[in-house]
Design a protein around this ligand. Structure first.
Ligand code: NAD
Ligand code: UDP
Length: 314
């Protein structure tokens, strides 16, 4: 029997590169696609499988691919809030035009298309924890709007292709995920605090640090994505770790684990920064038989190790 052929957009990024490893280990043939706007070729340099090919391409433009295709995982998109100011139009384009191109390809090939959606579709949520039924509280013209609205449009486009063209779609609403292969200067909370602690720099805490997040380790996320990809579920589904904490608690945990003496430097809270975030994962538990297994300290241990190596700190 021939191997299933999968396209991963954003394959050189943090989650995309872990998905590449995961699917190759399960005997899929993987085509990775990326334009390296926030990704890094070094995330894929360990991949030596003959079942892997890579195409450098901007998925916001027409995607041409020869041969059959069983599944597409659409992960291409800048994801860190620090990119909001720089990569605004690219974000909107990859969420809208890029999603349209991947869905068009899925339709032409009869492939399943899984969209990397996000907890940002809930914006600064007025319902807590967030269930999939909640429609969200998003400011379309705020600085985060370029990300949130692009992903909301991507969900609308994805479900429309399911309803009107009958293609099989999956919508994963991914909550804050962390792990090895995030960029050192990614700007997101965990890479920022780990690299600050390792380099004796002050911890940059935005606002008073009382806002909450719930952090999922990447191997748990990839397990959940795979269960979703191979399920019959076409509805949006939350994937994340329900353990919620304040940003100050996160800093204290990282500080203790690294033995850092860095002080905290409070900085202004970014506009529209969500005050709380915690996934209700009842749907994932019930439909996908999935829940995270890796605790925060365990996940941080591997992530700290990765950043130590990246920064050349022994
Ligand atoms: P990342 O920045 O490491 O990876 C994104 C990848 O997409 C990069 O390699 C980048 O070069 C590529 N890319 C961007 N625009 C492209 C384009 N037009 N054409 C081709 N490639 C393009 O970020 P990540 O954390 O791995 O996120 C991956 C996906 O998961 C994103 O869609 C993101 O929105 C989503 N997501 C991530 C999280 C998280 O916590 N990490 C949470 C929710 C959703
Ligand atoms: N944050 C912070 N200092 C940093 C980076 C992030 O205090 O150097 C805060 C940020 O304001 C947010 C939370 O940490 O409240 C998570 O930020 P991240 O960028 O990781 O993801 P978000 O959930 O905002 O998309």
């Amino acid at each position: 029997m021939s191997k299933k052929r999968v396209l991963i957009t954003g394959a050189a990024g943090f989650i995309g590169s872990h998905l590449t490893d995961y699917l190759l280990a399960r005997s899929y043939e993987v085509i990775g696609m990326d334009n390296f706007i926030t990704g890094d070729p070094s995330n894929l340099e360990h991949v030596s499988s003959p079942d892997f090919t890579f195409i450098e391409h901007d998925v916001s433009t027409e995607i041409e691919l020869e041969g059959p295709l069983d599944k597409i995982l659409h992960f291409a998109s800048p994801a860190s809030p620090i990119d909001y100011l720089e990569l605004t139009i690219q974000r909107l384009k990859v969420g809208s035009l890029g999603t349209h191109k991947t869905l068009g390809l899925a339709r032409a090939k009869g492939a399943t298309c899984l969209l990397a959606a996000t907890s940002e579709v809930y914006g600064d949520p007025l319902v807590h924890p967030q269930k999939e039924e909640y429609w969200g509280n998003v400011n379309p013209i705020g600085p985060r709007g370029v990300y949130d609205e692009a992903k909301r449009f991507a969900e609308a486009m994805t479900i429309a292709y399911h309803r009107y063209h009958g293609i099989d779609v999956k919508i994963a609403r991914i909550f804050n995920t962390y792990g090895p292969r995030m960029r050192v200067r990614d700007g997101r909370a965990i890479p920022a605090f780990i690299s600050q602690a390792l380099q004796d720099d002050p911890f940059t805490v935005f606002g008073e640090g009382r806002q909450t997040r719930s952090f999922c380790y990447v191997s748990d996320l990839v397990d959940g994505l795979y269960n979703l990809l191979t399920s019959g579920c076409n509805e949006p589904i939350n994937l994340g770790n329900p353990r919620e904490m304040t940003i100050l608690e996160l800093v204290e945990t990282i500080k203790k684990m690294i033995g850092s003496e860095s002080p905290i430097e409070f900085k202004p809270l970014p506009v529209d920064d969500p005050r709380v975030r915690q996934p209700d994962i009842t749907r994932a538990r019930t439909i996908l038989d999935w829940q995270p297994k890796i605790g925060l300290e365990e996940g941080l241990t591997g992530t700290i190790e990765y950043f130590r190596n990246k920064l050349g700190i022994s």
